[in-house]
Write a new protein. Structure first.
Ligand code: ADP
Ligand code: MG
Length: 258
């Protein structure tokens, strides 16, 4: 049975997609089979693994709304062990269409059900909102991985997100846990970033990964080549940070399984 992890934060631009793509690729590189599901109509995770969102007939939208079989929509990528269920602008319609449906929180869970034994890890890249798509991800996941950018309102945003996670736990997914918090786009020369990082660690203790993702040009450039950072420049500090995060992620999974 796969570990199903939602990468979520209602704030845009904090590194959800960069983390989803690079963590997925880094876990695959360690020999596990990974399915990345793009849940953002912007399709950035899709293009980030080299698939043109505009060219697609079958996407996560067709699974959620048109009852397509998830197994038929999965695509392979250039990274051995990494597959993707892509997304494109069609998914924007799902936000609206799902709202009027009974059991609307559970469409993604039902979509994944038939394929979850085929993977070690399933990563859900959420859109920057706490709308019905993110709720579907939180309902389908066992845990939430939260990327946090160390800037002024980070802690407020984090508190709000954790409140939403608590509500989802109470109403639809009692076993949901926090997988971990990862500090992204970190710049050690910036004193505010250092301060926020200390606050987050002070509040959330060992829920915060030791691995910190630096602000790094490889991670910013790689998407324009349709490749995860580790394929574009493995030696870069950004790629190395995601490899290190993947090791922590895998070690945590092994510990929980014991
Ligand atoms: N560690 C990093 N270093 C440099 N640029 C980054 C880093 N992480 C993300 N970015 C860039 O910041 C922007 C927002 O990141 P993204 O992962 O798309 O955020 P989100 O999915 O939360 O909206 C993108 O242009 C991305 O390439
Ligand atoms: Mg994104």
């Amino acid at each position: 049975m796969a570990r199903i992890v939602a990468v979520a934060n209602q704030k845009g631009g904090v590194g959800k997609t960069t983390t989803s793509v690079n963590l997925s690729a880094s876990i695959a590189l360690q020999g596990q089979s990974v399915l990345l599901i793009d849940l953002d109509p912007q399709g950035n995770a899709t293009s980030g693994v080299g698939i043109d969102p505009r060219s697609l007939q079958s996407t996560v939208y067709t699974c959620l709304i048109k009852q397509a079989n998830a197994g038929d929509v999965v695509q392979s990528t250039d990274i051995k062990g990494l597959s993707v269920i892509p997304s494109n602008a069609d998914l924007a319609g799902a936000e609206i269409e799902l709202v009027s449906l009974d059991g609307r929180e559970h469409y993604l869970r039902d979509t994944i059900q038939g394929i979850q034994t085929q993977y070690d890890v399933i990563i859900l890249d959420c859109p920057p909102a706490l709308g019905v798509l993110t709720i579907n991800a939180l309902a389908a996941a066992q845990s939430v991985l939260i990327p946090v950018q160390c800037e002024y309102y980070a802690l407020e945003g984090l508190t709000r997100l954790i409140g939403s996670i608590e509500r989802v736990k109470e109403s639809i997914n009692p076993n949901l846990t926090i997988e971990g918090i990862v500090l992204t786009m970190f710049d050690a020369r910036n004193s505010l970033a250092r301060q926020v990082s200390e606050q987050v660690r002070g509040h959330f203790g060992d829920k915060v990964y030791q691995s910190v993702i630096p602000r790094n040009v490889t991670l910013a450039e790689a998407p324009s080549y349709g490749r995860p950072g580790i394929l574009y420049n493995m030696a870069s500090s950004g790629s190395q940070a995601y490899l290190s995060l993947a090791k922590e992620f895998i070690a945590h999974g092994e510990k929980s399984a014991r």
